[in-house]
Design a binder for this molecule. Structure first.
Ligand SMILES: O=C(O)CCC(=O)N[C@@H](CCC(=O)O)C(=O)O
Ligand SMILES: [Zn+2]
Length: 355
């Protein structure tokens, strides 16, 4: 008998009764034979793989939405949020008007309550999964498969539909801005006002505007699929069952409103209600001596006085060298060569947003 961390055993034939796609995913974390059925409301339910669920309403309205969570296995609140929405759809408590693709990114890591098994899945997209040597790790195989599923989903919808990809995460540390988004590099195109307004209504007021390509899932969504795509950091990492889901209520409400096509009128775009940042420096770990020089409870977006030593890597010292520079995603426990911290600074988006 297979077990899972939530002690729910769900077999494929039981999905129709339980609507528990998370339970099914965790029962079969590495592979699942595809199957499909149709709900009474006409929605076609297709399980393409473990953690990959496509819902197609009988007469889809104009949005194709990918909602992913669990790309990092221990970031449980977004997984619980998506699982609940998914269950309500499968049990026909709500009905989607749009095509949807739900993804639970890394089910075996979810079962192990770990960020990853071998490789950080969110460093393997846009082909980076093919760069390693030898037998590909689970995450390398999964990144390649997820790319294909997302391309298939958007291609089956066709070019004339709005493409959205929200990749839901929680951060290792607390944050001075509890919810924030990484807005992937758009190669000079303007940032989307309507997306900023929608995400603001989800409780996300702070945006890190990236200026370079990345190997993340959201960059893949933006660059390779032409989607409005974001990494959404919705809170702090906690184990399954220990999340205060009331802190995700706005996000839950707005995602459900989007799905059932009942979005309220959104407030006009007003830059003063947002915080925008750009990366001033990316610090990559170069040696096993890499260490952070501040405490574990120091939060994302904390600023330090000019000259403060933030990290050491062998002989290299990283100091604050611009006023207003703040830290984000500091993590000494990454693989060599990978991002161990970003330094960010505030910016204005005046003249760089459009409808
Ligand atoms: O809290 C942390 O250190 C990491 C939280 C996290 O997983 N963040 C994402 C951001 C992805 C992006 O830059 O779009 C990641 O590191 O993969
Ligand atoms: Zn994450």
């Amino acid at each position: 008998m297979k077990t899972n961390i939530l002690n729910r055993i769900v077999e494929p034939e039981a999905l129709q009764q339980s609507g528990d796609f998370l339970g099914l995913t965790l029962t079969y974390p590495k592979e699942l034979t595809p199957f499909a059925y149709t709900l009474n409301n006409g929605t076609v339910v297709e399980v393409w793989d473990t953690g990959v669920l496509c819902l197609t309403p009988a007469n889809p309205a104009g949005i194709d939405l990918v909602l992913s969570s669990g790309v990092h296995g221990n970031e449980t609140a977004p997984i619980e949020l998506c699982a609940a929405i998914c269950q309500d759809l499968l049990l026909e408590k709500i009905q989607s008007r749009h095509r949807l693709l739900f993804l639970f990114g890394n089910p075996p890591a979810m079962n192990s309550a770990k960020r990853e098994l071998v490789d950080n899945l969110n460093r393997l997209f846009s082909g980076h999964h093919s760069k390693g040597e030898g037998e590909p790790s689970w995450e390398r195989q999964r990144a390649a498969a997820l790319e294909q599923y997302v391309l298939r989903f958007f291609n089956e919808g066709g070019a004339n539909r709005q493409r959205l990809l929200y990749d839901l995460h929680t951060a290792i540390r607390g944050s001075q801005f509890e919810k924030f988004a990484v807005y992937p590099f758009l190669h000079g195109k303007p940032w989307s006002k309507s997306q900023l307004q929608f995400l603001h209504a989800c409780g996300v007021e702070t945006f890190l505007l990236m200026q370079t390509p990345a190997s993340t899932f959201s960059y893949f969504g933006a660059q390779s699929c032409g989607a409005h795509a974001f990494t959404l950091e919705l809170g702090k990492v906690r184990p399954f069952g220990e999340n205060d889901m009331s802190r995700f209520a706005d996000c839950d409400l707005m995602l459900r409103a989007l799905i059932v096509d009942a979005l309220p009128a959104l407030a006009d775009f007003d830059e003063s209600r947002f915080n925008f940042f750009v990366v001033s420096r990316a610090v990559n770990k170069q040696s096993e001596q890499f260490e952070l020089c501040f405490a574990r409870n120091i939060e994302n977006f904390t600023q330090f006085p000019l000259g403060t030593v933030l990290a050491r890597d062998g002989d290299i010292e990283y100091r604050v060298d611009e006023p207003g520079e703040a830290i984000i995603f500091p993590n000494a426990d990454v693989a060599l060569g990978q991002r161990a911290m970003l330094l960010v600074k505030p910016v204005s988006v005046a003249g760089q947003v459009s409808d």
